[in-house]
Design a protein around this ligand. Structure first.
Ligand SMILES: [Zn+2]
Length: 340
């Protein structure tokens, strides 16, 4: 693992970058992220055909979310990402919940992840070798497009509604509530365009959020983020904020990741995270994953040592990856990317 210091953007690393670096060092030079949460809930029989997607399970089956978190920790994940990706106050209110109930559901997503971590630590507390590896909870914040549930998280096209102030108003309270639930990190995931990244930066500053966050973009061509905005420009926005501790890519086919890492490195020294999907494509109209160009766990993992050599410090999987993928990533990193 390459831990860089100095060079581009080092001045902006700030306390969030330093916190992530300390965790990375405690993890032996890299951290393993979890795999797909929503798709794994579906694999266990949850019906997520709903605008709330995985957030529906915060209501209907918290035990299942807890189980999937636990499965990922047992597979080697150092970071589990909460089920709040598509959980929004607006989304819960449109289902008839009050504002207070909606905020409690957001809080609950973090509590469920904390419970899974406690269960794991308890199960291992009587072992002779104490558990030293970091196990962290990242509160997920999906994009406005994810809330719309119309595929615009993969187009980044918000039409006229997509102004900076609108996006800030949309995300403000959710960010505050999730931060108050005391996760270790805040994960801004699957960011489809530069404007939403700018909105997040302004909110982090205005709400004075002290929990380190990460910004993770998605791409479908290996050069731009999904809206067509330049990844360089997006990564610069992330780099400009001292409250952002890591920058990267998620929910993007594995074959694009190598070049995307090199692009991000041009503009930031913050730790880089990547958690690609299985390589399949989501058809928003049919609401299903299509194309058999997805890669097997074995193929996925053959990329992992390359990404590690490229300098990615946090590696995991997104949609359609499973605890088996995470187990294989953990094994590969231990074997081929030992601590420096
Ligand atoms: Zn995904």
């Amino acid at each position: 693992m390459v831990v860089k210091s100095g060079g581009v953007g080092a001045a902006e690393e700030g306390p969030a970058g330093a916190a992530v670096r300390r965790w990375v060092e405690a993890g032996g030079g890299r951290l393993v992220l979890d795999g797909g949460l929503a798709t794994e809930l579906e694999a266990h029989g949850a019906d997520l055909n709903d605008p709330l997607w995985s957030a529906k399970c915060i209501l209907s089956s918290p035990h299942l979310i807890r189980k999937v978190h636990l499965d990922y920790i047992e597979a080697g994940a150092n970071i589990i990402i909460t089920a709040s990706y598509q959980a929004t106050i607006q989304g819960f209110e449109s289902k008839g919940f009050s504002k207070e109930q909606s905020e409690n559901l957001l809080t609950k997503s973090v509590e469920i992840a904390h419970e899974a971590r406690e269960m794991f630590l308890k199960q291992h507390s009587d072992q002779s070798t104490p558990m030293h590896r970091p196990i962290l909870v990242a509160a997920s914040i999906g994009s406005y497009g994810a809330y719309l549930a119309d595929g615009s998280e993969y187009s980044g096209d918000y039409g006229e509604a997509g102004t900076l102030e609108f996006l800030k108003d949309f995300h403000r309270r959710r960010l505050q509530v999730l931060a108050e639930a005391r996760p270790d990190l805040i994960a801004f995931e699957t960011i489809p365009n530069k404007l939403e990244a700018q909105a997040y930066v302004e909110l982090l500053e205005e709400c004075n959020i002290s929990i380190p966050s990460w910004f993770s973009f998605n791409s479908k061509d290996g050069v731009h983020v999904v809206s067509g905005d330049s990844l360089i420009e997006c990564a610069k926005v992330a780099n400009s904020c001292a409250k952002v501790g890591a920058v990267g890519i998620n929910c993007t086919p594995p074959r694009f990741i190598h070049s995307l890492i090199l692009t991000i490195q041009k503009v930031t020294d913050k730790p880089i995270l990547i958690y690609p999907n299985s390589g399949e494509r989501y058809d928003a109209e049919k609401k299903e994953w299509v194309e058999s160009t997805g890669v097997s766990d074995g193929d996925f993992v053959s990329y992992v040592s390359e990404w590690c050599k490229d300098g990615a410090a946090l590696i995991g999987g997104c949609c359609r990856t499973t605890p088996n993928t995470i187990r294989a990533i953990t094994r590969t990193l231990n074997q081929f990317c030992p601590a420096p």
